[in-house]
Design a protein around this ligand. Structure first.
Ligand SMILES: O=C(O)CCC(=O)C(=O)O
Ligand SMILES: [Fe+2]
Length: 338
């Protein structure tokens, strides 16, 4: 496994990064998603915000949030530390990500299943749990020198923002507030993605089409475009507003909401000019948490459309190879799968 950022300036795209024709982004221009809903947390009243989130969650599975209360300086500093991390030499990055003998902090390239992949992705990433406890932070990188301080402050703010968004979603779904604020749903992880400039952006992808295995994901998208959402059979480019967060509904919330909200399918394309760095904050449950359509949303008129399962089983199925994933996940969650 060699990080893309350590050899990407060689000038050509290796064969193993060339996607099959049906999944390549190609050269066609993807429209920018001016239509992806933008929700203003400061200038709308609560009922209006709930209504807009639900509409966005049903139609797109994606929305942007502005005036969300997270300080702009902290967003900028987080992006700076994220970029500085990926700019360090590969050996330094590896050293900074191997403090936990149990491997809770992971540095990798492409996806978790690099050795089993048919095609590699044009992306490096670092991920780790981000509970604001000393136990958790001791395994984070200490370089760049401000990493722990900045990412620590950022994840505290993101936890507050995620709880606020989830409470609004609870209102919209008719679940009690705090449904997602307690322990089983609060095992967040951060992922810092890096997509270096790519010699052949039409042939490869930064991330292939996927739904996040999360409740929700809050993305700090940076200024370089690359994220695309699949809606009504076509790809739409996401153009983030300044200081906005991009929020998407994860696969788990699709299941918990019994299909009312949509786990958004998305992918990342690369470009030949600018490196792109993004920071994903995933709201994950604990491994042992049972995921199922919320009891309050299920009755004889609205029967459950998914089976109950343990999160760890879902995650295991999810990180298998793409083709197997579909079948293994289906078997786990579909009521009528034999
Ligand atoms: O980098 C991006 O724009 C999206 C990242 C993403 O989809 C993910 O981390 O799951
Ligand atoms: Fe994603």
């Amino acid at each position: 496994m060699k990080l893309v950022s350590s050899w990407c300036y060689d000038g050509s795209l290796p064969e193993s990064y060339v996607m099959p024709p049906e999944t390549r982004p190609g050269k066609s221009i993807v429209p920018l998603g001016k239509s992806i809903p933008v929700i203003d947390f400061q200038h709308m009243d609560r009922n209006e915000i709930v209504e807009q989130i639900m509409k966005a969650g049903e139609e797109y599975g994606f929305f942007q949030v502005i005036n969300h209360g997270v300080c702009e300086d902290l967003m900028e500093e987080t992006m700076k530390v994220a970029e500085e991390f990926h700019a360090m030499p590969a050996m330094e990055k590896e050293k900074e990500c191997s403090k936990d003998p149990n491997g809770s902090c992971k540095l990798y390239t492409s996806s978790y299943s690099y050795p089993r992949e048919d095609f590699h992705l044009w992306r490096d990433a670092v991920t780790h749990p981000c509970l604001p406890s000393e136990e958790c932070i001791q395994f984070w990188p200490e370089n760049p020198t401000k990493y722990r301080e900045v990412v620590g402050a950022y994840t505290v703010e993101l936890r507050k923002l995620s709880c606020r968004i989830l409470d609004l979603i609870c209102d919209g779904l008719g679940l009690s507030n705090g449904f997602f604020s307690n322990d089983p749903y609060q095992c967040p992880k951060i992922m810092i993605n890096h997509y270096p400039p790519c010699p052949e952006p039409s042939l490869t992808l930064g991330l292939s089409r996927h739904r996040d295995p999360s409740v929700i994901t809050i993305l700090l998208p940076g200024h370089v475009l690359g994220l695309q959402v699949f809606k009504d059979g076509e790809w739409i480019g996401v153009e983030p507003l300044p200081n906005a967060f991009v929020v998407n509904i994860g696969f788990l919330l699709q299941i918990i909401s019994n299909g009312k909200l949509k786990g958004a399918e998305h992918r990342v394309v690369t470009n030949s000019r600018n490196a792109r760095t993004t920071v994903s904050y995933f709201v994950y449950p604990s491994d042992e948490c049972i995921i199922e359509p919320a009891k309050a949303l299920v009755n004889s008129c609205n029967p459950a459309i998914y089976k109950a399962f343990k999160y760890i089983d879902f995650l295991t199925a999810f990180i298998l190879k793409a083709e197997e994933t579909d079948e293994t996940v289906k078997e786990l969650i579909d009521l009528d799968y034999y």
